[in-house]
Ligand binder design. Structure first.
Ligand code: SF4
Length: 280
């Protein structure tokens, strides 16, 4: 049965100045990338964004904060916004993405209207020290386990094109199989002169092979194409859906602009695909 393409949108509610040194991330304070930095976006602005993206058909709305983890202040702030969106009757699936998190904080978020937690494993355990030295891969895995223990939905995926081998990609997907997330974002690394990783962006063919592999390992997951979609595929994105993608990040990314939401919706429909109207 055609369930339609699930649309999810992101609000970068606290941007930049991150203490961590993830070599693919422009929000790290180690690399001084030219991005907008701010502490906590005004709650009314976030609510306006949620209303707008809902009008375009988004079912998911993800609140993202930069930084290693979820401290008390962030937890209160995210809970306040999640509750505000729910109270507005928007009927959006609220996802929080705030880095490392303990069980109590995640239970608190759930009580306040957060439905799922996003925390990406990013790459294989073995390759991870090549791209980040300030926290271990195990910490990421544990946070994903905490999200599941808190009764939250889990959204976890990774980024391809960091210089990892096909073996690393398989190890990442095997780890995701263990966690069994409901949703898996697939990102492709995009070069930025400030970043230490100098890999060329993946070719269209290799990126599609990554999608095929992910679908093979995670047959039931909602497979979401995220960062790098426009850079790798331009406006010719039908092959992504043919290879098993059934969810899309609509609108802007964390620090990179996406295509206009209506342009994406029109493109998806032009492929004969429908837009999902309920969370599946
Ligand atoms: S990926 Fe997250 S933890 Fe790593 S530098 Fe970026 S914001 Fe910080």
């Amino acid at each position: 049965m055609d369930k339609g393409i699930f649309l999810c949108s992101i609000s970068n509610v606290s941007s930049g100045n991150c203490s961590e040194d993830c070599g693919y991330c422009t929000q790290s304070s180690h690399y001084h990338a030219d991005i907008e930095k701010y502490k906590f976006k005004d709650a009314d602005i976030v609510l306006k964004e949620a209303r707008l993206l809902k009008e375009y058909g988004a079912l998911g709305f993800c609140l993202v904060t930069a930084g290693r983890g979820l401290d008390d202040k962030k937890c209160e702030y995210i809970a306040k916004i999640a509750k505000m969106i729910k109270d507005d009757g928007l009927d959006l699936h609220i996802i929080a993405c705030c880095g490392r998190a303990d069980l109590d904080s995640l239970v608190y978020l759930k009580k306040n209207g957060v439905d799922s937690y996003n925390h990406n494993l990013e790459t294989s355990k073995n390759f991870f020290p090549n791209i980040c030295t300030t926290h271990p891969w195990n910490e990421r895995f544990e946070t994903c386990e905490n999200a599941l223990s808190a009764g939250l939905g889990l959204c976890s995926g990774g980024i391809f094109g960091l210089g990892e081998s096909w073996g690393d990609r398989i190890e990442l997907l095997k780890a995701l199989q263990i966690l069994s997330p409901h949703s898996t974002p697939i990102n492709f690394f995009i070069q930025n002169p400030a970043l230490p990783i100098k890999q060329q962006t993946l070719s269209r063919e290799e990126a599609l092979e990554c999608v095929v592999l992910a679908r093979e390992f995670l047959p039931k997951v909602r497979l979401m194409i995220a960062g790098g979609r426009e850079v790798v595929f331009g406006r010719d994105q039908k092959a992504l859906f043919d290879c098993g993608i059934d969810a899309v990040v609509l609108g802007n990314y964390l620090t990179a602009k996406g295509d206009a939401p209506q342009t994406d919706v029109d493109m998806i429909k032009s492929y004969g695909l429908s837009i999902a109207s309920v969370c599946h």
